[in-house]
Design a protein. Structure first.
Length: 494
């Protein structure tokens, strides 16, 4: 299976999956996609439902990553999903109403769905280095506003031929997130706070990626810079697995019949998770519609309804911060499938130069035939958390609540009868304070008590990765100035 850039209209530059996982973004600025989409049969889906999650992952990934052996993929999947998740990596067990089924993607080590990809991708990268004859260490550099940094640290921790440095804004992450990162374990990890905001951290990291002298110094030390960014194919491919897995589970439970179409609702930021669902459908998964859920940053709602993507708009900070985003990078991959490389290149050029583009009417028609889109403001988000708990004793985090709201809106407009798989992307404990206040509760001052209180009310245990944090040693306390030299000093010293 060869991979090509979304902007390579003549398919001139072919790459293997190991090459694209190592490289991340294409040289022309586009994103990598496989030359064709492998097909799966209903029998394949049925069989998947009898296997442990790691085998489901290896089977599906082997259709795309053809330069990896099945045993290599199985080994990566076992290390990723058998040891670091609960009983089952992606259960679809909670029913919240006649039609809605919650697919929980947060049973990993950081309690958020980023773990589903970031637990396996570092292992795929480590093998990719061997396959491409790379002798140097991949030096992962991350600027984080909280969640991605911790998930990347847990993913790369003690993985061969890799090391990772995470910069976070000293006063720009929650206390819980700070504690998660400061207590990070592993021999190849480093965490540094910077005296600035998230933009300062991101700008600083981008400057280092663009600094030729820094590259040369790192090369001398036997390493090269690499990114854990969500546009990497190594992060996207593992996300296809859980949609097929969830469908297979619903069939096995007798909730749906094999071949019956379902809807899929996804709380969306960078468009990676929902695009993985789209690929699952292209492979043959029986899906009726995709419901794209946004918070007050509703740029995708507008785009999927009108065909105009306009990032010239106000940015809102919400209680679903992982979806506070104005550039949904993975949308480029959808545009490629619907409009082709040439038009995609033009749209991306317009976005870059004017901050806005409008797709052709025929492209919008195709988009509308596959996607519905809704947004959820803060008030509705809190209401959904409260109502879902009242009615079904199920506590959802704010990101999931945005999706549940969208699924309800869709049901209102389209009627009942189709089962709807709603992706739940974070444990409510990760956003315990906002969840408690949505439930009308006072928020205790002490972090540990916030978790205990949510546990008492919801009658669910505090997830072990969060409960265990309180006994861990703080390893990283350094805080540096936000200028280029300070960040670079830290990068070169580690
Ligand atoms: C990253 C993230 C999202 C958004 O996923 P995309 O793939 O970027 O669309 C949603 N919820 C949570 C909790 C996340 O961490």
């Amino acid at each position: 299976m060869n991979y090509y850039s979304t902007r390579d209209s003549e398919r001139k530059i072919a790459k293997t999956s190991a090459q694209v996982i190592k490289q991340g973004i294409a040289d022309d600025g586009g994103l990598f996609l496989p030359e064709s989409i492998p097909e799966i049969s209903l029998d394949f889906i049925k069989e998947i439902g009898t296997l442990p999650y790691s085998e489901r992952a290896a089977k599906i990934l082997s259709l795309y990553l053809t330069d990896y052996t099945y045993d290599e993929l199985l080994d990566c999947a076992k290390k990723a999903y058998d040891e670091n998740f609960g009983d089952f990596a992606a259960p679809v067990s909670s029913f919240i109403g006649d039609d809605l089924r919650v697919l929980e993607l947060w049973h990993g080590p950081t309690c958020a769905f980023k773990d589903m990809a970031l637990q396996i991708m570092p292992r795929l990268l480590s093998l990719a280095l061997k396959k491409t004859g790379e002798k140097r260490t991949a030096y992962i550099l991350v600027a984080t506003s909280g969640d991605t940094g911790k998930a990347a640290l847990e993913g790369y921790k003690d993985v061969d031929s890799t090391k990772i440095m995470v910069f976070y804004p000293e006063d720009g992450v929650s206390d819980m997130q700070k504690m998660q990162m400061a207590t990070q374990e592993g021999k190849n990890v480093c965490v540094t706070a910077i005296k600035g905001n998230f933009d300062d951290a991101q700008t600083g990291v981008k400057k280092i990626f663009a600094d030729a002298d820094a590259k040369a110094s790192l090369d001398e030390k036997g390493s090269f810079l690499s990114s854990a960014n969500s546009i990497n194919w190594g992060r996207l491919a593992p996300q296809i697995v859980y949609y097929i897995s969830a469908y297979a589970d619903l069939v096995a439970e007798g909730d749906i019949t094999l071949g019956e179409k379902v809807d899929i609702t996804v709380p969306t930021g960078n468009f990676g998770n929902i695009f993985a669902a789209f690929l699952a459908k292209k492979m043959g998964l029986p899906v009726n519609r995709f419901i794209c859920a946004s918070n007050s940053n509703n740029i995708l709602t507008d785009f999927l309804r009108t065909g105009t993507y306009d990032r010239n708009r106000q940015f809102y900070t919400t209680m679903s911060p992982s979806m506070d985003i104005l550039i949904s990078s993975n949308l480029e991959r959808l545009l490629f499938y619907i409009a082709g490389a040439e038009k995609t290149t033009q749209y991306m050029k317009d976005l870059n130069e004017k901050g806005v583009y409008t797709v052709d009417a025929d492209v919008l028609d195709v988009i509308k035939s596959e996607f519905s889109a809704y947004c959820c403001d803060e008030e509705n988000c809190a209401k959904v958390i409260a109502k879902t708990f009242d009615k079904y004793s199920y506590v959802c985090d704010p990101h999931t609540a945005v999706a549940v709201h969208a699924a309800h809106e869709y049901l209102k407009e389209n009627g009942k009868g189709t089962k709807n798989i709603v992706a739940s992307t974070a444990s409510p404990y990760k956003f315990a304070a906002d969840v408690l206040s949505s439930l009308g509760q006072e928020i205790p001052a002490d972090m540990k008590e916030v978790l205990t209180k949510l546990s008492d009310i919801s009658k669910t245990p505090v997830p072990a990765p969060l409960a265990n944090l309180f006994g861990k040693t703080v390893r990283f306390t350094k805080s540096v100035k936000k200028n280029h030299e300070s960040l670079l000093d830290e990068v070169l010293a580690f």
